[in-house]
Design a protein around this ligand. Structure first.
Ligand SMILES: Nc1ncnc2c1ncn2[C@@H]1O[C@H](COP(=O)(O)OP(=O)(O)OP(=O)(O)O)[C@@H](O)[C@H]1O
Ligand SMILES: [Mg+2]
Length: 388
Protein backbone atom coordinates (compact mmCIF):
# COMPACT_ATOMS: atom_id res chain seq x y z
CA UNK A 1 0.00 0.00 0.00
CA UNK A 2 1.47 3.40 -0.93
CA UNK A 3 2.29 5.20 2.32
CA UNK A 4 0.25 8.25 1.36
CA UNK A 5 -3.03 6.42 0.68
CA UNK A 6 -5.98 7.55 2.73
CA UNK A 7 -8.04 4.74 4.24
CA UNK A 8 -11.73 5.50 3.95
CA UNK A 9 -14.39 3.67 5.90
CA UNK A 10 -17.98 4.87 5.60
CA UNK A 11 -20.38 1.94 5.98
CA UNK A 12 -23.56 3.77 5.05
CA UNK A 13 -24.78 4.61 1.56
CA UNK A 14 -22.35 6.02 -0.95
CA UNK A 15 -20.34 8.16 1.50
CA UNK A 16 -17.18 6.11 1.04
CA UNK A 17 -17.33 6.15 -2.76
CA UNK A 18 -18.07 9.88 -2.75
CA UNK A 19 -15.18 10.70 -0.42
CA UNK A 20 -12.87 8.63 -2.64
CA UNK A 21 -14.11 10.52 -5.67
CA UNK A 22 -13.63 13.96 -4.09
CA UNK A 23 -10.14 13.14 -2.80
CA UNK A 24 -9.22 11.40 -6.05
CA UNK A 25 -10.02 14.58 -7.95
CA UNK A 26 -7.53 16.41 -5.72
CA UNK A 27 -4.87 13.81 -6.62
CA UNK A 28 -5.09 11.95 -3.29
CA UNK A 29 -5.05 8.15 -3.42
CA UNK A 30 -7.70 6.36 -1.35
CA UNK A 31 -8.48 2.84 -0.29
CA UNK A 32 -12.15 2.32 0.54
CA UNK A 33 -12.50 -0.41 3.19
CA UNK A 34 -15.45 -2.78 2.85
CA UNK A 35 -15.87 -3.34 6.57
CA UNK A 36 -14.39 -2.81 10.03
CA UNK A 37 -12.13 -5.87 9.76
CA UNK A 38 -10.50 -4.67 6.55
CA UNK A 39 -10.01 -1.19 8.03
CA UNK A 40 -8.36 -2.57 11.18
CA UNK A 41 -6.21 -4.95 9.16
CA UNK A 42 -5.00 -2.14 6.91
CA UNK A 43 -4.04 0.00 9.90
CA UNK A 44 -1.08 -2.31 10.38
CA UNK A 45 0.22 -1.26 6.94
CA UNK A 46 1.47 2.14 5.86
CA UNK A 47 -1.55 4.45 5.72
CA UNK A 48 -1.37 8.21 5.18
CA UNK A 49 -4.57 8.96 7.14
CA UNK A 50 -7.83 7.35 8.20
CA UNK A 51 -11.08 8.99 7.17
CA UNK A 52 -14.22 7.69 8.92
CA UNK A 53 -17.84 8.59 9.18
CA UNK A 54 -19.32 8.39 12.66
CA UNK A 55 -21.48 5.46 11.54
CA UNK A 56 -18.31 3.40 11.17
CA UNK A 57 -17.71 3.93 14.88
CA UNK A 58 -21.05 2.44 15.85
CA UNK A 59 -20.00 -1.15 15.05
CA UNK A 60 -19.68 -3.39 18.15
CA UNK A 61 -16.32 -3.18 19.93
CA UNK A 62 -14.95 -0.88 17.22
CA UNK A 63 -13.98 1.98 19.58
CA UNK A 64 -12.04 -0.30 21.89
CA UNK A 65 -10.29 -2.10 19.00
CA UNK A 66 -9.50 1.12 17.13
CA UNK A 67 -8.27 2.77 20.35
CA UNK A 68 -6.02 -0.23 21.00
CA UNK A 69 -4.66 -0.17 17.43
CA UNK A 70 -3.94 3.56 17.62
CA UNK A 71 -2.21 3.35 20.96
CA UNK A 72 -0.12 0.40 19.73
CA UNK A 73 1.55 2.63 17.11
CA UNK A 74 5.32 3.07 17.36
CA UNK A 75 6.53 6.28 19.01
CA UNK A 76 7.27 8.06 15.74
CA UNK A 77 3.71 7.44 14.42
CA UNK A 78 0.51 9.34 15.02
CA UNK A 79 -1.85 8.33 12.19
CA UNK A 80 -4.16 11.27 11.35
CA UNK A 81 -7.75 10.22 12.13
CA UNK A 82 -10.46 12.33 10.51
CA UNK A 83 -14.01 11.67 11.70
CA UNK A 84 -16.99 13.14 9.86
CA UNK A 85 -19.93 13.45 12.24
CA UNK A 86 -23.39 15.04 12.17
CA UNK A 87 -24.80 17.54 14.59
CA UNK A 88 -27.02 15.84 17.15
CA UNK A 89 -29.31 16.68 19.90
CA UNK A 90 -28.63 15.21 23.33
CA UNK A 91 -25.80 15.22 25.81
CA UNK A 92 -22.09 15.50 24.94
CA UNK A 93 -21.68 11.86 26.06
CA UNK A 94 -24.11 10.54 23.44
CA UNK A 95 -22.57 8.03 20.99
CA UNK A 96 -21.32 9.86 17.90
CA UNK A 97 -20.43 13.03 19.81
CA UNK A 98 -16.75 14.07 19.41
CA UNK A 99 -16.12 14.38 23.14
CA UNK A 100 -17.47 10.89 23.78
CA UNK A 101 -15.60 9.37 20.83
CA UNK A 102 -12.39 11.06 21.81
CA UNK A 103 -12.65 9.78 25.34
CA UNK A 104 -13.28 6.23 24.09
CA UNK A 105 -10.28 6.50 21.78
CA UNK A 106 -8.05 7.25 24.73
CA UNK A 107 -7.91 11.04 24.05
CA UNK A 108 -6.08 10.27 20.81
CA UNK A 109 -4.13 13.36 19.78
CA UNK A 110 -4.14 12.66 16.07
CA UNK A 111 -7.95 12.94 15.78
CA UNK A 112 -9.84 15.70 13.95
CA UNK A 113 -13.66 15.91 14.06
CA UNK A 114 -15.43 17.61 11.16
CA UNK A 115 -19.14 18.30 11.29
CA UNK A 116 -21.23 17.44 8.23
CA UNK A 117 -22.36 18.83 5.94
CA UNK A 118 -19.17 20.61 5.00
CA UNK A 119 -17.66 22.00 1.81
CA UNK A 120 -15.63 19.56 -0.29
CA UNK A 121 -12.68 21.95 -0.20
CA UNK A 122 -12.57 21.69 3.62
CA UNK A 123 -12.26 17.90 3.58
CA UNK A 124 -9.62 18.07 0.87
CA UNK A 125 -7.55 20.67 2.69
CA UNK A 126 -7.80 18.86 6.05
CA UNK A 127 -6.73 15.59 4.40
CA UNK A 128 -3.87 17.32 2.56
CA UNK A 129 -2.62 18.96 5.75
CA UNK A 130 -2.83 15.60 7.53
CA UNK A 131 -0.83 13.94 4.76
CA UNK A 132 1.92 16.58 5.04
CA UNK A 133 2.18 15.85 8.76
CA UNK A 134 2.17 12.13 8.07
CA UNK A 135 4.99 12.47 5.53
CA UNK A 136 7.10 14.12 8.25
CA UNK A 137 6.39 11.16 10.53
CA UNK A 138 7.68 8.75 7.89
CA UNK A 139 10.81 10.90 7.55
CA UNK A 140 11.30 10.63 11.29
CA UNK A 141 10.88 6.86 11.00
CA UNK A 142 13.57 6.79 8.29
CA UNK A 143 15.93 8.77 10.49
CA UNK A 144 15.20 6.53 13.47
CA UNK A 145 15.93 3.45 11.35
CA UNK A 146 19.19 4.97 10.17
CA UNK A 147 20.08 5.79 13.74
CA UNK A 148 19.23 2.26 14.86
CA UNK A 149 21.36 0.68 12.13
CA UNK A 150 24.19 3.08 12.95
CA UNK A 151 23.84 2.08 16.58
CA UNK A 152 23.83 -1.59 15.67
CA UNK A 153 26.96 -1.22 13.57
CA UNK A 154 28.61 0.76 16.35
CA UNK A 155 27.72 -1.99 18.82
CA UNK A 156 29.09 -4.55 16.39
CA UNK A 157 32.31 -2.59 16.13
CA UNK A 158 32.55 -2.29 19.90
CA UNK A 159 31.99 -6.06 20.18
CA UNK A 160 34.65 -6.76 17.55
CA UNK A 161 37.13 -4.43 19.24
CA UNK A 162 36.41 -5.95 22.63
CA UNK A 163 36.91 -9.45 21.23
CA UNK A 164 40.16 -8.30 19.61
CA UNK A 165 41.36 -6.72 22.85
CA UNK A 166 40.54 -9.93 24.74
CA UNK A 167 42.38 -12.02 22.15
CA UNK A 168 45.40 -9.72 22.39
CA UNK A 169 45.31 -9.89 26.20
CA UNK A 170 45.16 -13.68 25.98
CA UNK A 171 48.11 -13.71 23.56
CA UNK A 172 50.06 -11.43 25.86
CA UNK A 173 49.34 -13.72 28.80
CA UNK A 174 50.53 -16.67 26.74
CA UNK A 175 53.60 -14.77 25.64
CA UNK A 176 54.61 -13.73 29.12
CA UNK A 177 54.18 -17.35 30.26
CA UNK A 178 56.38 -18.50 27.41
CA UNK A 179 58.93 -15.80 28.09
CA UNK A 180 59.23 -17.05 31.65
CA UNK A 181 59.75 -20.58 30.34
CA UNK A 182 62.35 -19.45 27.83
CA UNK A 183 64.21 -17.33 30.39
CA UNK A 184 64.18 -20.14 32.90
CA UNK A 185 65.46 -22.58 30.27
CA UNK A 186 68.22 -20.22 29.09
CA UNK A 187 69.36 -19.44 32.61
CA UNK A 188 69.52 -23.13 33.39
CA UNK A 189 71.62 -23.69 30.30
CA UNK A 190 74.03 -20.85 31.18
CA UNK A 191 74.30 -22.19 34.71
CA UNK A 192 75.08 -25.64 33.27
CA UNK A 193 77.76 -24.22 30.95
CA UNK A 194 79.32 -22.27 33.82
CA UNK A 195 79.19 -25.20 36.21
CA UNK A 196 79.86 -28.20 33.99
CA UNK A 197 82.34 -26.59 31.61
CA UNK A 198 83.96 -23.38 32.77
CA UNK A 199 84.22 -24.19 36.48
CA UNK A 200 85.63 -27.66 35.75
CA UNK A 201 88.15 -26.19 33.31
CA UNK A 202 89.26 -23.52 35.75
CA UNK A 203 89.52 -26.09 38.50
CA UNK A 204 91.65 -28.30 36.27
CA UNK A 205 93.84 -25.29 35.38
CA UNK A 206 94.28 -24.48 39.06
CA UNK A 207 95.31 -28.05 39.87
CA UNK A 208 97.76 -27.99 37.00
CA UNK A 209 99.24 -24.71 38.24
CA UNK A 210 99.65 -26.18 41.75
CA UNK A 211 101.36 -29.28 40.39
CA UNK A 212 103.50 -27.12 38.10
CA UNK A 213 104.65 -25.01 41.04
CA UNK A 214 105.75 -28.09 42.96
CA UNK A 215 107.31 -29.93 40.04
CA UNK A 216 111.07 -30.09 40.09
CA UNK A 217 111.67 -31.68 36.78
CA UNK A 218 111.70 -29.37 33.70
CA UNK A 219 109.96 -31.94 31.48
CA UNK A 220 107.09 -32.23 34.02
CA UNK A 221 106.84 -28.41 34.26
CA UNK A 222 106.59 -28.25 30.46
CA UNK A 223 103.87 -30.89 30.34
CA UNK A 224 101.74 -29.03 32.93
CA UNK A 225 102.28 -25.66 31.23
CA UNK A 226 101.03 -27.17 27.92
CA UNK A 227 98.07 -28.68 29.66
CA UNK A 228 97.25 -25.28 31.26
CA UNK A 229 97.51 -23.60 27.88
CA UNK A 230 95.09 -26.16 26.35
CA UNK A 231 92.63 -25.71 29.22
CA UNK A 232 92.71 -21.93 28.83
CA UNK A 233 92.14 -22.33 25.10
CA UNK A 234 89.06 -24.50 25.76
CA UNK A 235 87.86 -21.98 28.37
CA UNK A 236 88.14 -19.27 25.73
CA UNK A 237 85.92 -21.34 23.42
CA UNK A 238 83.35 -21.83 26.15
CA UNK A 239 83.19 -18.11 26.92
CA UNK A 240 82.90 -17.38 23.17
CA UNK A 241 79.94 -19.74 23.01
CA UNK A 242 78.32 -17.86 25.86
CA UNK A 243 78.93 -14.56 24.09
CA UNK A 244 77.19 -15.92 21.00
CA UNK A 245 74.27 -16.96 23.15
CA UNK A 246 74.06 -13.60 24.87
CA UNK A 247 75.11 -11.64 21.77
CA UNK A 248 72.89 -8.56 22.16
CA UNK A 249 75.74 -5.98 21.89
CA UNK A 250 76.69 -6.96 18.37
CA UNK A 251 73.08 -6.56 17.29
CA UNK A 252 73.01 -2.98 18.54
CA UNK A 253 76.47 -2.16 17.21
CA UNK A 254 76.19 -3.68 13.75
CA UNK A 255 72.45 -3.98 13.03
CA UNK A 256 70.76 -7.22 11.97
CA UNK A 257 72.65 -7.83 8.71
CA UNK A 258 76.01 -7.31 10.46
CA UNK A 259 74.95 -9.38 13.49
CA UNK A 260 73.90 -12.30 11.26
CA UNK A 261 77.29 -12.22 9.54
CA UNK A 262 79.02 -12.19 12.92
CA UNK A 263 76.81 -15.02 14.15
CA UNK A 264 77.62 -17.18 11.12
CA UNK A 265 81.37 -16.63 11.58
CA UNK A 266 81.21 -17.49 15.30
CA UNK A 267 78.99 -20.54 14.89
CA UNK A 268 80.98 -21.83 12.00
CA UNK A 269 84.19 -21.54 14.09
CA UNK A 270 82.46 -23.23 17.00
CA UNK A 271 80.89 -26.12 15.12
CA UNK A 272 83.09 -26.48 12.08
CA UNK A 273 80.18 -26.06 9.66
CA UNK A 274 80.48 -23.78 6.63
CA UNK A 275 78.01 -20.86 6.84
CA UNK A 276 77.40 -18.12 4.29
CA UNK A 277 75.26 -15.01 4.83
CA UNK A 278 73.66 -12.86 2.13
CA UNK A 279 72.30 -9.79 3.89
CA UNK A 280 72.14 -6.11 3.15
CA UNK A 281 72.15 -3.49 5.91
CA UNK A 282 69.58 -1.49 3.89
CA UNK A 283 67.04 -4.26 4.67
CA UNK A 284 67.54 -3.96 8.45
CA UNK A 285 64.25 -3.55 10.36
CA UNK A 286 63.96 -0.15 12.00
CA UNK A 287 62.37 -1.50 15.17
CA UNK A 288 64.55 -3.13 17.79
CA UNK A 289 62.18 -5.96 18.78
CA UNK A 290 62.09 -7.21 15.17
CA UNK A 291 65.88 -7.18 15.02
CA UNK A 292 66.12 -9.16 18.27
CA UNK A 293 63.43 -11.61 17.13
CA UNK A 294 65.13 -12.29 13.77
CA UNK A 295 68.54 -12.61 15.37
CA UNK A 296 67.44 -15.11 17.99
CA UNK A 297 65.28 -17.07 15.57
CA UNK A 298 68.14 -17.30 13.05
CA UNK A 299 70.48 -18.46 15.79
CA UNK A 300 68.05 -21.25 16.66
CA UNK A 301 67.64 -22.21 12.98
CA UNK A 302 71.43 -22.27 12.53
CA UNK A 303 71.81 -24.41 15.63
CA UNK A 304 69.22 -26.83 14.21
CA UNK A 305 71.09 -26.87 10.90
CA UNK A 306 74.27 -27.74 12.82
CA UNK A 307 72.51 -30.40 14.94
CA UNK A 308 70.47 -32.03 12.20
CA UNK A 309 72.08 -30.92 8.93
CA UNK A 310 74.71 -33.67 8.90
CA UNK A 311 77.59 -31.20 8.57
CA UNK A 312 76.31 -29.75 5.28
CA UNK A 313 76.98 -26.09 4.41
CA UNK A 314 74.35 -23.59 5.55
CA UNK A 315 73.20 -20.49 3.66
CA UNK A 316 71.39 -17.58 5.34
CA UNK A 317 69.60 -15.03 3.14
CA UNK A 318 67.96 -11.87 4.41
CA UNK A 319 65.72 -9.90 2.00
CA UNK A 320 62.51 -7.91 1.61
CA UNK A 321 59.51 -9.27 -0.30
CA UNK A 322 57.12 -7.30 -2.57
CA UNK A 323 55.13 -5.91 0.36
CA UNK A 324 58.31 -4.93 2.21
CA UNK A 325 57.99 -7.82 4.70
CA UNK A 326 61.35 -8.98 6.06
CA UNK A 327 62.36 -12.51 5.10
CA UNK A 328 65.19 -14.63 6.46
CA UNK A 329 65.84 -18.03 4.90
CA UNK A 330 68.11 -20.62 6.50
CA UNK A 331 68.88 -23.48 4.12
CA UNK A 332 70.99 -26.58 4.60
CA UNK A 333 71.70 -29.61 2.44
CA UNK A 334 71.21 -32.13 5.27
CA UNK A 335 69.00 -35.22 5.56
CA UNK A 336 65.80 -33.20 6.09
CA UNK A 337 62.76 -34.30 8.13
CA UNK A 338 58.99 -34.55 7.93
CA UNK A 339 57.52 -31.27 9.34
CA UNK A 340 54.20 -33.07 9.95
CA UNK A 341 55.81 -34.75 12.96
CA UNK A 342 56.10 -31.34 14.64
CA UNK A 343 52.32 -30.95 14.81
CA UNK A 344 52.03 -33.94 17.13
CA UNK A 345 54.46 -32.45 19.65
CA UNK A 346 53.15 -30.38 22.48
CA UNK A 347 54.55 -26.86 22.97
CA UNK A 348 57.65 -27.07 25.12
CA UNK A 349 57.81 -30.86 25.01
CA UNK A 350 60.76 -32.31 23.12
CA UNK A 351 61.72 -29.76 20.46
CA UNK A 352 61.12 -26.29 21.78
CA UNK A 353 62.96 -24.11 19.28
CA UNK A 354 60.68 -24.22 16.21
CA UNK A 355 57.47 -24.05 18.27
CA UNK A 356 58.84 -20.99 20.02
CA UNK A 357 59.78 -19.29 16.72
CA UNK A 358 56.34 -20.06 15.26
CA UNK A 359 54.59 -18.56 18.27
CA UNK A 360 56.66 -15.40 18.30
CA UNK A 361 56.40 -14.93 14.54
CA UNK A 362 52.61 -15.23 14.82
CA UNK A 363 52.54 -12.62 17.58
CA UNK A 364 54.38 -10.26 15.22
CA UNK A 365 51.85 -11.04 12.47
CA UNK A 366 54.34 -13.22 10.60
CA UNK A 367 55.03 -16.92 9.98
CA UNK A 368 57.61 -19.67 9.70
CA UNK A 369 57.53 -21.88 6.56
CA UNK A 370 59.28 -25.23 6.63
CA UNK A 371 60.24 -26.87 3.34
CA UNK A 372 62.14 -30.08 3.84
CA UNK A 373 62.95 -32.80 1.33
CA UNK A 374 63.96 -36.07 3.00
CA UNK A 375 67.51 -37.04 2.16
CA UNK A 376 68.18 -33.74 0.42
CA UNK A 377 67.66 -30.39 2.17
CA UNK A 378 65.81 -28.22 4.66
CA UNK A 379 64.77 -24.65 4.03
CA UNK A 380 63.30 -22.55 6.86
CA UNK A 381 61.68 -19.25 5.84
CA UNK A 382 60.81 -16.61 8.41
CA UNK A 383 58.55 -13.84 7.15
CA UNK A 384 57.32 -10.88 9.23
CA UNK A 385 55.43 -7.83 7.87
CA UNK A 386 57.29 -4.56 8.09
CA UNK A 387 56.40 -1.97 10.73
CA UNK A 388 57.12 1.72 10.80
N1 LIG B 1 67.59 -28.29 9.66
C1 LIG B 1 66.97 -29.40 10.04
N2 LIG B 1 67.20 -30.58 9.42
C2 LIG B 1 66.58 -31.70 9.83
N3 LIG B 1 65.70 -31.76 10.84
C3 LIG B 1 65.43 -30.64 11.50
C4 LIG B 1 66.04 -29.39 11.14
N4 LIG B 1 65.54 -28.44 11.96
C5 LIG B 1 64.68 -29.07 12.79
N5 LIG B 1 64.60 -30.37 12.52
C6 LIG B 1 63.74 -31.36 13.18
O1 LIG B 1 62.71 -30.66 13.82
C7 LIG B 1 62.69 -30.99 15.21
C8 LIG B 1 62.23 -29.80 16.01
O2 LIG B 1 63.21 -28.80 16.06
P1 LIG B 1 63.24 -27.85 17.33
O3 LIG B 1 64.26 -26.80 17.08
O4 LIG B 1 61.87 -27.44 17.61
O5 LIG B 1 63.67 -28.83 18.50
P2 LIG B 1 65.12 -29.36 18.91
O6 LIG B 1 66.17 -28.62 18.16
O7 LIG B 1 65.08 -30.85 18.75
O8 LIG B 1 65.16 -29.02 20.45
P3 LIG B 1 65.40 -27.55 21.09
O9 LIG B 1 65.32 -26.58 19.99
O10 LIG B 1 64.29 -27.41 22.08
O11 LIG B 1 66.74 -27.60 21.72
C9 LIG B 1 64.07 -31.47 15.51
O12 LIG B 1 64.05 -32.34 16.61
C10 LIG B 1 64.45 -32.17 14.22
O13 LIG B 1 63.90 -33.47 14.20
MG1 LIG C 1 66.20 -26.53 18.03
Amino acid sequence: MPSQSVLVHAPHGRDGALAAQVLGRAGIETIVCRDTEEMLARLGGEAGALLLTEEALLAPQILARLGAALSAQPTWSSLPLIVLHSERNGSGRAPGRPAYLLQRLGAYQGAVFLQRPLPVATIVSVVQASLVGRRRQYQVRGLLEELASLNASLEEQVEERTALALRRAEQLRELSGELLLVEEREQRRFAEVLHDDLQQLLMAALLNVQVLLMAKDAAKKDEHARSISEILDRSGKVTRTLTVELSAPVLYERGLAGALEWLAVEMSKQHGVEMTVHANAADDPSVADLRVFFFRATRELLLNAVKYGGGSAVIVTMSRDGSNALRVVVADGGPGFDPATLATREFGRGGFGLANIRHRAALLGGELHIDSVLGKSTRMTLLVPSRL
